[in-house]
Design a protein around this ligand. Sequence first.
Ligand code: 6PG
Length: 239
Amino acid sequence: MKKVVEVLPDQSALIQRSLELILEKLQMALAERGEFSIALSGGSTPKPLYEAIAAQDIPWDKVQVFWGDERYVPPDHPESNEGMARKAWLDRVPIPATNIHPMPTDETNPMVAAEKYEQQLQQIFQLKPGEIPSLDVVLLGMGDDGHTASLFPHTEALDVRDRLITIGNKDGQPRITFTVPLINQARCVMFVVAGASKQAALAQIFAPVGDDTTYPSRLIQPNNELWWLLDRAAGQGIV
Ligand code: 6PG
């Protein structure tokens, strides 16, 4: 595994650097395979990054967009990760609708929705049973508690190793989330983390020894590339 940690002077430099890295991975993917797949993170940090991506001249028909996690709400709900990414980016570019793969949140039972999304991935990536796809980029944020995607501390989702998609649990609220094995299979995992409130968790995550179930981002040890892009407020004292 190649691990890179970069601390950028401020949030706008962080967004610019994140954009640069994504574009670099996109060019590589198009050159090697003619297609680029990316899983998006939610929350607030990536919104300006999605706006910046929308302003780029990209062959959108070659880009496949997934989500690494989703709150269990309709896409028009203010909490929806899909809704945020569509407003900030996807509605602003000529990407084919069939290239956008939101996590379903309309099943009564979230586990059924998780299974549906897993089946979609199996179809799209033409997976053999048990095979884990390698997305080109899995974009991740990190909560103040050290969670990532919807892999929250001390939840069952952390231990799921035989699925691609499972149910996350945030204070009893269901989420749909990539599992640790799916994230770790990515060609490039990119954490984009900003703000002083992340410092304490980052110190635990970067410590040589620590508790993975209390700080789930420690579980993200991809086989290929791991990038931590931090602004100074988050990263000072860490590296
Ligand atoms: C979500 C995200 C989650 C997020 C972190 C950081 O659905 O909320 O996927 O993992 O990345 O909570 O959120 P902020 O960027 O808002 O700090």
